[in-house]
Design a protein around this ligand. Structure first.
Ligand SMILES: Cc1cc2nc3c(=O)[nH]c(=O)nc-3n(C[C@H](O)[C@H](O)[C@H](O)COP(=O)(O)O)c2cc1C
Length: 338
C-alpha cells in the first residue's frame, strides 16, 4: 500500500487529502472521504466566525465516522483583519477534529499554537517557497504546496512541479509535504509522489462525489469540461477581493453578460436563512442555490479533465490510489522500454 510520512502522521490509509471546499465540503462529504480511508476535510470558511455552527458541523462529522478528519479555515488577510473572530471556532475544531488547517494568509504561529493546544495536527496550504518556510517556522505538522493549476482560490503563482520542488527543497525532510493543483488522475498522483510529495490534495474531483451537495448544473458543467476550459481570473471577487481563482471560462462570460446586481439566492448548509447572491460573488453553488447558476463561480482546477461522472467519494479515493500504486510499481518497466 501507499504508506507515506503523511499517512503515518495523520493515521489514514491513503495519501490523499480532500480539499476543504468551502460551503460544500460538509459533514456528508468529509465523513465519506474519511470512511474511505483518506483525510476528509470540512470546509468551514463561510461559517468560521460562528463557533456554534462550526461545532454542529464538527459533531455531525464525528458521529458519521470513526476515522480521521480535518477542518479547513480561511483567515484571508483581505476579509479577515481581526483573527480573534475565528479563535473560538479554531479552538473547538482542534478539540474535535484530527487536523486543523489554514489557507490564504501568511502562516501565523499563534493559530498553530492554538491548534496544538487543542490536540490536533496543524497544517497550512501555501503558494510560495517563502510561505512554506514560514509555515514550517510556525510549527506546522505538514504543508500543502499549491500549484497554479488548482481549482478555487489560488495562492500559487507557478506550476505544481515547480512549487513542489521548491517547497521540498526548503523545509525539513521530516515535515510531510502534500501536492495540490490539477491532480485528477492516479497518474498525476503517482507523479507527485515520485517527486517527493507525501500525499496529494484533491479538490475538483470531490465536487462530483455523490456525498457532495454541489448544484447538479455545476457538476454537469464540470463533467463536460476539460483543463483548457478553465481560466485564472479575479472575476468573482465580491466578498473576497485580491484573490485570483480558477473557474470554468463559461461562468466568467455568463457573469459578465448578466444584467442586474443579484444573480440568485442561496442558503448555507444547516441554515434556513436565504440570502441574495450578488453578481461576481465568491460562493459555493450548493444544491439549494437558485437563480442564474451559469453566472455563478464554477470553481475548477485543470484536474477537471478527469471529472467524468458522479460517483461515491470512496470510488474516487480507490480509483486514484490504485492507479497511482499500479503506475509506481510499474515505473521501472516503463522506463526500461516495456
Ligand atoms: C470548489 C472548490 C472550492 C475550494 N474551496 C477551498 C476552501 O474553502 N479552502 C481551501 O483551503 N481551499 C479551497 N480550494 C482549493 C483547494 O484547497 C485545492 O488547492 C485545489 O482544489 C487543488 O486543485 P484541484 O481542484 O485541481 O484538485 C477549493 C477548490 C475548489 C475546486
Amino acid at each position: 500500500l501507499l504508506k507515506t510520512k503523511f499517512t503515518d502522521l495523520v493515521g489514514c490509509e491513503f495519501p490523499i487529502q480532500q480539499a476543504g471546499i468551502g460551503g460544500i465540503a460538509t459533514p456528508s462529504l468529509a465523513s465519506a472521504v474519511a470512511n474511505a480511508g483518506a483525510l476528509g476535510m470540512l470546509g468551514l470558511g463561510g461559517i468560521q466566525d460562528d463557533p456554534q455552527w462550526v461545532e454542529r458541523w464538527l459533531v455531525e462529522t464525528k458521529n458519521l465516522t470513526k476515522k480521521k478528519f480535518g477542518a479547513n479555515f480561511i483567515p484571508a488577510e483581505t476579509f479577515l483583519t481581526d483573527l480573534s473572530v475565528i479563535r473560538d471556532s479554531v479552538e473547538l475544531a482542534s478539540k474535535i477534529a484530527n487536523v486543523v488547517e489554514f489557507f490564504y494568509r501568511k502562516p501565523d504561529p499563534s493559530l498553530v499554537e492554538l491548534v496544538h493546544k487543542g490536540g490536533a495536527l496543524a497544517s497550512w496550504q501555501v503558494g510560495s517557497k517563502e510561505e512554506s518556510i514560514a509555515a514550517a517556522d510556525a510549527g506546522c505538522d505538514f504543508i500543502i504546496a499549491q500549484g497554479v493549476e488548482a481549482g478555487g482560490h489560488v495562492r500559487g503563482r507557478v506550476g505544481l512541479v515547480t512549487i513542489l520542488s521548491e517547497v521540498l527543497d526548503s523545509v525539513s525532510s521530516t515535515i510531510p509535504v502534500l501536492a495540490a493543483g490539477g491532480i485528477g488522475s492516479g497518474r498525476a498522483m503517482a507523479a507527485a509522489l515520485s517527486a517527493g510529495a507525501s500525499g496529494v490534495r484533491v479538490g475538483t474531483r470531490f465536487v462530483a462525489a455523490e456525498e457532495c451537495p454541489a448544484h447538479p448544473d455545476y457538476v454537469k458543467a464540470l463533467i463536460e469540461s476539460k483543463a483548457e476550459d478553465t481560466v485564472l481570473t479575479e472575476t468573482f471577487s465580491y466578498g473576497w477581493p485580491n484573490a485570483p481563482h480558477r473557474v470554468l471560462r463559461s461562468c466568467v462570460e455568463a457573469a459578465q453578460s448578466f444584467k442586474g446586481d443579484v444573480v440568485g439566492r442561496t442558503k448555507a448548509y444547516g441554515s434556513e436563512e436565504w440570502y441574495a447572491v450578488q453578481r461576481f460573488e465568491s460562493l459555493a453553488i450548493a444544491k439549494e442555490t437558485e437563480g442564474a447558476i451559469a453566472a455563478m463561480p464554477h470553481w475548477a482546477g485543470e484536474s477537471v479533465s478527469y471529472v467524468r461522472r458522479v460517483q461515491p467519494a470512496a470510488d474516487i479515493v480507490k480509483e486514484l490510489s490504485s492507479e497511482a500504486e499500479m503506475i509506481l510499481n510499474n515505473t521501472h518497466l516503463r522506463s526500461s522500454g516495456y
